[in-house]
Design a protein around this ligand. Structure first.
Ligand code: MOS
Length: 725
């Protein structure tokens, strides 16, 4: 039995020895190398392109411009990242946009050739990041919820409040920067397109490419056995994927296009700058009378990506009145997208700080304030939770942290002043329809097949554990073949959904196999026990080896297709349309040290306790959470992608100029607690999905701890030294 065991990664050795093949590693000997020529201006038009010098460079085969490219059908977003298709005309909508593609026999020749292409530009009117007026997002945008929501009358609720808090919280744009840059190798065989790609959504990429080229989905094959991190920026289909495929068609040869780190900044996405105004009212005892949350995020001129931070305001605390709004500011930047943790990630920062500020005004402990305003049902629509053990998480987290016995804020230790803070964590449960195929062979091995892309989160270990458990065979006897659109279609690898959805499809397939096996063994399904490769009657004798049972029944193997269809649909968010509200919850407690003379901020320790359903592999689950905690520290104290307002460029387009946490920033005292929980409403597996919740709440807990230490309330992230002096 292997579910619940902290197995080390089955794919670990392949990854660290280089046996695991990533998109750009795929051998395609006759492929041309493609390199972008990009626009240096953020808005305007291309007026001329001179390719003569580039074409004269040895090894350069072609220079493709908008004139050469096939007309691509504008795919509906998402999963297409943008309705604005690349290299289709002369318009420039953001700096770094590709205006030509150089194809050469070698990467070096293509890179050199790209520098020899002479492009003329006519600059246009430029709207910098943050300068566009806040507007209601278009219906065609990335709509996850209502632009405006109200329950009761917030103004009336606030009028009855003895204490009010209103403040504005901001966070800067930040880039995903996965270790593996985006890469696409495209090959045409007649009207069949094959792409080796680095993606988080195989079926989405297949569908978008098919739509853009006017093909049927089965004419497009997407292969992606491993993705070297995505964090959301590989969730949609981007220009480089369309352009690699288009270039391969025009050139009549396979094309390999790998984005540079710098090109990743402007040609895939980032988490947008978010501004949030939170308004809270409470009675003198600290009972909330109203919650208002108004969110504005940056987006591109072409597409309205909406960062639904108001999900946090609608989900976290019991309140008689509630009003939220989402607006976007359009400008000449590339389109943002979800970034781990999106939605409640930004939302929990503003809500977590605001609640801390109000509880201090009321004069009660922020944990007591939360217990007083505990949401027994969904605060927005009153639905019961599918499961919620946040009280247990508060208790266990506070106990392990020593919250109730913590030192007074501002306690001195040498040059350092100590402070403690806490905040709530939450994510909506994303569920996607998934299909897998499972084979159980006579020798007691199993083959699991599903299209899902591995993004390094542990699915390649945890999913075989589910097979092992449900078929009673060792995990080593399970082979998992994944990362190919020809395999049965699983859900995407985002939204913390893989284990829940693919895992539930596995359970379904295993149930069908057990039924077949029961028939073969002449048992009723409920009598069947399958353990250590033997088939027996429950409570009966030693039974027979699996192979013998199959042989006697004239079978060499058993095969079944398993399905998970949440609420009978292809996709379901947070239980929408079901009788339950579905979320994960948690609480995070941190201790920081601040040197007020130098403005230095250090993390001392962090405890997170989570109500996230059943844990399939405690080791990979913990790894996901501590990754989120560390990223949360990055969000709180370090990360920002500055966008230069006059030139309209991302200022630093590499990793050396970016402050992100390194080992020296992170103490070993990161403590992760999972409360015991089984949610049979989210999935028959009992899991709720935990990939991203670890990155929520952390930045608020840190800002609250900084206030506790030195009495400075930082509402604009990141908390850099200048803000602490
Ligand atoms: Mo995550 S932003 O759902 O990859």
């Amino acid at each position: 039995m292997s579910m619940g065991k902290p197995l080390t990664r089955l794919d670990g050795a392949d990854k660290v020895t280089g046996r695991a093949r990533y998109a750009a590693d795929q051998p395609l000997p006759d492929a041309l190398h493609a390199v972008y020529v990009t626009a240096p201006i953020p808005a305007g038009r291309v007026t001329s392109i001179d390719t003569a010098e580039a074409l004269a460079h040895p090894g350069v085969v072609r220079v493709l411009t908008a004139r050469d490219m096939p007309r691509l059908k504008s795919a509906s977003a998402p999963p297409a990242a943008s309705v604005f298709m690349p290299l289709q005309g002369d318009e420039i909508r953001h700096e770094g946009q590709p205006v030509a593609l150089v194809l050469a026999e070698t990467l070096q020749a293509a890179e050199h050739g790209a520098r020899l292409v002479r492009v003329g530009y006519a600059p246009g009117v430029f709207i910098p990041q943050g300068a566009g007026e806040p507007v209601v997002p278009r219906e065609s945008g990335y709509i996850m919820g209502p632009a405006d929501f109200a329950k009761g009358d917030l103004d009336a609720g606030l009028a009855t409040a003895a204490l009010r808090h209103e403040a504005r919280y901001t966070q800067p744009s930040r880039h995903h920067n996965p270790m593996e840059p985006c890469a696409t190798l495209a090959r045409w065989d007649g009207d069949q397109l094959t792409v080796f790609d680095s993606v988080q959504h195989i079926a989405g990429t297949q569908g978008t490419l098919a739509e853009a080229f006017g093909l049927k989905p089965e004419q497009v094959r997407v292969i992606c056995p491993h993705t070297g991190g995505g964090f959301g920026c590989k969730a949609y289909t981007w220009p480089h994927e369309l352009l690699a495929a288009a270039a391969a068609k025009v050139a009549g040869r396979p094309v390999k296009l790998v984005l540079t780190r710098a090109q990743m900044y402007a040609n895939v996405s980032y988490q947008p700058r978010v501004e949030q105004t939170v308004t809270l009212g409470a009675t003198s005892e600290g009972r909330l009378t109203g919650i208002g949350q108004d969110v504005i995020n940056q987006t591109s001129v072409s597409d309205d990506y909406v960062e639904y931070a108001t999900e946090a305001g609608r989900a976290l605390y019991a309140t008689p009145t509630l009003r939220t709004s989402q607006r976007v500011r359009r400008g000449h930047v590339n389109i943002p997208s979800p970034m781990r943790a999106p939605v409640e990630g930004p939302g929990s920062f503003a809500m977590g700080c605001a609640v801390d500020e109000l509880s201090r005004r009321v004069g009660i402990d922020p944990l007591d304030f939360r217990l007083l305003n505990y949401a027994e049902n969904d605060p927005a629509d009153g639905k019961p939770w599918s499961s919620k053990k946040l009280r247990e998480a508060y208790d266990e987290g506070a106990r392990r942290f020593g919250w109730r016995t913590r030192a007074r804020g501002g306690t001195r230790e040498g040059d350092w002043l100590l402070g403690c803070g806490m905040a709530d964590c939450t994510m909506g449960a994303f569920r996607f329809g998934s299909t897998v195929r499972l084979r159980l062979r006579a020798e007691g091995t199993a083959l699991l097949e599903g299209s899902s892309a591995d993004i390094g989160t542990g699915g390649l270990t945890a999913l075989p554990q589910i097979v092992s458990e449900s078929l009673g065979i060792p995990v080593e006897a399970v082979t998992f073949t994944a990362g190919d659109s020809r395999l049965p279609t699983t859900g995407p690898t985002y939204g913390s959904s893989t284990i829940v959805c693919t895992g539930s499809a596995i359970l379904d397939a295993a149930t069908k196999i057990r039924e077949q096996l029961a028939r073969a063994a002449d048992l009723r399904p409920e009598e069947l026990e399958l353990r250590d490769g033997r088939v027996r009657r429950k409570g009966g004798g030693a039974g027979r080896p699996l192979g013998e049972v199959l042989r006697r029944a004239g079978l060499s193997e058993l095969t079944a297709e398993g399905k998970f269809a949440p609420n009978g649909e292809a996709a379901n968010m947070s239980g929408l349309g079901t009788p339950y509200a579905m979320r994960t919850f948690g609480a995070v407690f941190v201790e920081v040290a601040v040197d007020p003379e130098l403005g230095l901020l250090r993390l001392r320790r962090m405890v997170g306790a989570y109500s996230v359903g059943r844990i399939i592999n405690p080791r990979t689950a913990r790894s996901q959470i501590i990754g989120g905690m560390i990223w949360g520290w990055g969000m709180a104290a370090m990360e920002q992608s500055a966008h230069e307002p006059k030139l309209g460029r991302w200022l630093s387009k590499n990793l050396s100029g970016v402050a992100i946490p390194v080992n020296a920033d992170i103490p070993s005292a990161l403590d992760v607690i999972f409360v015991d929980e089984f949610d049979d409403k989210v999935s028959p597996l009992g899991a709720k999905g935990l990939g991203e919740i670890g990155a929520t709440g952390v930045s608020a807990a840190i800002a609250n701890a900084v206030y506790d230490a030195v009495g400075i309330r930082v509402r604009d992230l990141p908390i850099t030294p200048d803000k602490l002096l």
